[in-house]
Design a protein around this ligand. Structure first.
Ligand code: FE2
Length: 289
């Protein structure tokens, strides 16, 4: 006979994602095997992004604000020069979903609306994992309200979809500006992070696993006990021609300070500069916000 008294325990197990953050001290990132439901949602969002990229330009641009400074919807980067970016990308936050749904309703090809639907679903599906990571940080780094503030900022988490067209360098070495980042899925290898010994090592993003790592905001908040992880994407022979698709989530809470990117771009620092500098010096890179 089914033991109903044990039901809450099973529900708890099914809905809990174990996140061990001890590797932040040694590797600079945490790897998490996807629970089934989240893995399905990640794969569906990735497939829908590839389908969206195949749409004609005018349909993709209908989901743009045509403004380089506004991180909204579809963006196309075709810069020139030594730091040239050749990519198309898409930024979505929960707060933008309704506007995007209205815009996609006017596009005949349903690949656009399927993409927005998949992102919306993914944002909701990733909440338990984001919460567990934030909860572990709160507990182990004595940041009591961090978990609450992360969840309160859910409408502003930014999901970034990238399609690099190829070329020699895909993403220059940099740290992320926000609090923490999930590298959710990548179509090819090539992602690397700089370990604390100064060696570039491939990271284990795959169809089964994600990596989560701190950005500049969390290094500031933790008084440099946590380090923003330096990372880059190297080209492979196949991605030089076929390009590379990826998706990440930037989790950023509402704080009264932020990294001052007007003073210096994060890509312009020496890789790993932030691993060793004293916190007093690190703090000077931030301004009130
Ligand atoms: Fe990054």
């Amino acid at each position: 006979m089914f033991a109903y008294s044990k039901l809450p325990f099973y529900i708890l197990v099914l809905h809990t994602i174990a996140v061990d953050i001890s590797t932040l001290k040694t590797d600079g990132f945490v790897r998490v095997t996807y629970p089934d439901a989240l893995r399905t949602s990640v794969h569906s969002a990735m497939d829908s992004w590839k389908n969206f990229c195949a749409l004609p330009s005018e349909e993709k641009l209908a989901l743009s604000k045509n403004d380089r400074l506004r991180d909204f919807g579809y963006m196309l980067r075709k810069d020139s020069g030594p730091r040239a970016d050749h990519k198309e990308l898409f930024h979505v936050s929960k707060k933008d979903i309704e506007e995007l749904k209205i815009r996609t309703a006017k596009i005949k090809d349903n690949r656009a609306s399927a993409f927005i639907f998949a992102i919306d679903h993914l944002i909701d599906a990733s909440v338990p994992l984001v919460r567990e990571f934030a909860r572990a940080i709160s507990a182990q780094y004595s940041l009591p309200d961090f978990e609450t503030r992360v969840i309160q900022s859910k409408d502003r988490w930014t999901y970034r979809y990238l399609h690099y067209f190829g070329g020699d360098i895909l993403a220059h070495a940099h740290t992320d500006r926000g609090d923490f980042t999930l590298h959710l899925n990548e179509s090819h290898p090539g992602g690397e992070c700089l370990n604390y010994e100064g060696t570039w090592t491939p990271w284990p993003v795959s169809n089964e696993e994600t990596v989560i790592f701190p950005g500049m905001g969390l290094q500031y908040l933790s008084e440099s006990r946590l380090k923003a992880l330096c990372h880059r994407v190297q080209p492979l022979p196949e991605t030089k021609n076929t390009g590379r698709y990826s998706m990440v989530a930037f989790i950023d809470i509402d704080l009264p300070f932020r990294y001052n990117d007007k003073a210096k771009r994060l890509q312009d620092f020496k890789p790993g500069f932030n691993y060793t500098i004293p916190h007093e010096e690190f703090k000077r890179l931030f301004v009130p916000y």
